[in-house]
Design a protein around this ligand. Structure first.
Ligand code: 5GP
Ligand code: MN
Length: 333
């Protein structure tokens, strides 16, 4: 349950805010930050967004002037983080997912607030607005801001804020099809559309701007797809060599898991991306198969059906073998 009154109190008692989200931010993290920023600015608050990562190319359209989604710069920003009134962390509840900002955030005397929809928060903040029943952080942000606009009738959503929330919810629900998509989600989307959101344009901006290299990388990855355990598990690997050959990067494998998961009978999919010093792994599963538990075996996390981790100092072949072996017990259904 979200404590809407507590959220309103925090907003009214603080004037300056820093908003941040997780490393390699996605549409939910970025859309939620921007919607929160633009709404609170309408209330006269002073808001900065600072992220560990640069904005992935897929989401550059959200910040056309390249002036809103700032990448943390210790020299420029450390003092600001320590002196700001409130730090709001969106779409993650793990300090280590803030990477270079983690220690600055934890050491700041600011009121720390987490707004998120993941399980098992790390308890380093002052207040938590977490509910893993929501499809997305965007849906939580909608509810938090909706409560404020009911109270303060002079502040409202507009097309820009509505589009940012729409993108947050669209991306984290896999375009409104993942399990936590419900009546509430669609009612919120209906409300957002009433502000003039263009669903065709929103989808095209996020999903129809692939580079040719990305498509070729997908082709190569699918060509090498492997199966295990009676085809219940499908896994794909993107090697550094494949990234070099196609002039792509790890970010561009986002959504590649959709393809193995589309095969009839596949209950779980693993995508392993080779990094300079280890691997990034994505886990996807269906129904009651808790692949977040598999991710936890590698210090990762996420949701039951969508989780991830990074593992450093490992040989690609070794980790692939290890992950597949560890996956077997979760697939016994
Ligand atoms: P993806 O596979 O798309 O990167 O991530 C899927 C889900 O797993 C996301 O909800 C994300 O929060 C979670 N996740 C991905 N990487 C990590 C990680 O390194 N640590 C934790 N705790 N969660 C992760
Ligand atoms: Mn999310």
């Amino acid at each position: 349950m979200l404590n809407l009154q507590l959220f309103q109190k925090i907003i009214s008692e603080n004037n300056s805010f820093i908003l941040t989200t997780h490393v390699n931010p996605d549409g939910d993290g970025l859309g939620s930050e921007l919607a929160m920023k633009h709404f609170l600015q309408k209330m006269g608050k002073s808001i900065s967004i600072l992220n560990h990562s640069e904005t992935p190319k897929q989401y550059d359209f959200l910040d056309k002037t390249n002036s809103e989604l700032l990448c943390f710069d210790e020299k420029r920003d450390a003092t600001k983080i320590s002196s700001v009134d409130c730090i709001m962390i969106l779409d993650t509840n793990q300090g280590n997912r803030l990477r270079s900002m983690e220690q600055f955030v934890k050491n700041s005397s600011a009121t720390k607030v987490i707004v998120d929809h993941h399980l098992e928060p790390e308890m380093f903040a002052d207040e938590y607005f977490i509910d893993d029943g929501f499809s997305s952080t965007g849906e939580i942000v909608f509810n938090l801001l909706d409560a404020i606009r009911e109270e303060k009738t002079d502040v409202n959503f507009d097309k820009q804020i509505a589009t940012e929330l729409y993108i947050a919810i669209m991306t984290d629900t896999g375009s409104f099809r993942f399990p936590r998509t419900n009546i509430e989600t669609h009612l919120i989307i209906a409300e957002l559309l009433s502000y003039g959101v263009d669903p065709t344009e929103a989808f095209a901006n996020v999903y129809e701007r692939w580079s040719k290299g990305r498509m070729i990388l997908l082709g190569k990855a699918l060509d090498e797809m492997k199966f295990a355990f009676d085809n219940k598990l499908a896994y794909i690997v993107c090697t550094k060599k494949m990234f070099e050959e196609t002039q792509t990067n790890v970010e561009e494998t986002d959504s590649f898991t959709t393809f193995p998961m589309s095969i009839e009978g596949v209950l779980g999919a693993v995508l392993i991306n080779e990094l300079d010093n280890g691997v990034k792994i994505s886990f996807r599963s269906k129904g009651n198969i808790p692949f977040n538990e598999l991710a936890k075996e590698y210090n990762g996390g996420g949701h039951k059906n969508a989780a991830g981790t990074r593992v450093h100092n490992v040989q690609l072949n070794e980790i692939v073998k290890d992950v597949i072996a560890k996956a077997e017990k979760y697939l016994k259904v």
